[in-house]
Design a protein around this ligand. Structure first.
Ligand code: ADP
Length: 202
């Protein structure tokens, strides 16, 4: 199954991508995670990426497309994949057409007020768990950290860019008949059930 999970920053892509990936045994490919790994390694790509990410800006399309092309060549993508955070621009969406057939795009729609709380309150663990100081506080003793770009100024910029770039991507996938929209601001279990009910029909 070749899938894309879309949503504004904070819509719950990371959380639900993990669940979908486990359920269907397909890799969860997050371009944001790939870039954060490169930043952590201190690679040339990481250094370039950091300067964009810290400002909440998107990286140039060429760089992202190259990363995705390489990733899709790996063996674990043979029976499908789930993109999270890609495509982020219409150029990326069009390029992807030449590389892979997308069967479903699921958009998690959320109100901005909730997105802001989710992002400013978001805390992560090294092994990929995501907590929120307002809604789902980390248990005592669990070590958490905050993403560098989860500060209010960068969050506002990320949201602004998301809304500027999203509409054409949505239209593109609507025309292809693969676009599905669900609320991302309901209970986590409800959102996940709604995602599965879409995927079961594919
Ligand atoms: P968010 O939680 O804001 O949705 P991600 O974790 O997916 O973000 O990505 C974090 C940052 O990495 C983005 O703000 C951007 O700088 C960069 N990035 C990730 N994916 C892409 C992409 N497909 N195109 C351009 N930049 C990207």
């Amino acid at each position: 199954m070749n899938l894309i999970l879309m949503g504004a920053p904070g819509a719950g892509k990371g959380t639900h991508a993990k669940g979908i990936s486990e359920r269907y045994s397909i890799p969860h490919i997050s371009t944001g995670d790939i870039l954060r790994d490169e930043v952590a390694k201190g690679s040339e790509l990481g250094k370039t990426a950091k300067s964009y990410m810290d400002d909440g800006k998107l990286l140039p399309d060429d760089i992202i497309i190259e990363i995705v092309k390489q990733r899709l060549k790996e063996d674990d993508c043979k029976s499908g994949f789930l993109f999270d955070g890609f495509p982020r621009t219409i150029v990326q969406a069009k390029k992807l057409e030449g590389i892979a057939d997308i069967e479903a795009v699921i958009y998690l729609k959320c109100d901005d007020e909730i997105l802001l709380k989710r992002l400013t309150g978001r805390r992560m663990t090294d092994d990929g768990r995501i907590y929120n100081v307002y809604f789902d506080p980390p248990p005592p003793g669990v070590e958490v950290y905050q993403r560098d770009d989860d500060n209010e100024e960068t969050i506002r910029e990320r949201l602004k860019i998301f809304y500027e770039t999203f509409a054409p991507i949505m239209d593109f996938y609507k025309q292809r008949g693969v676009f599905h929209e669900i609320r991302g601001d309901e209970e986590r279990e409800v959102v996940f059930r709604n995602i599965l009910s879409i995927l079961e029909d594919i």
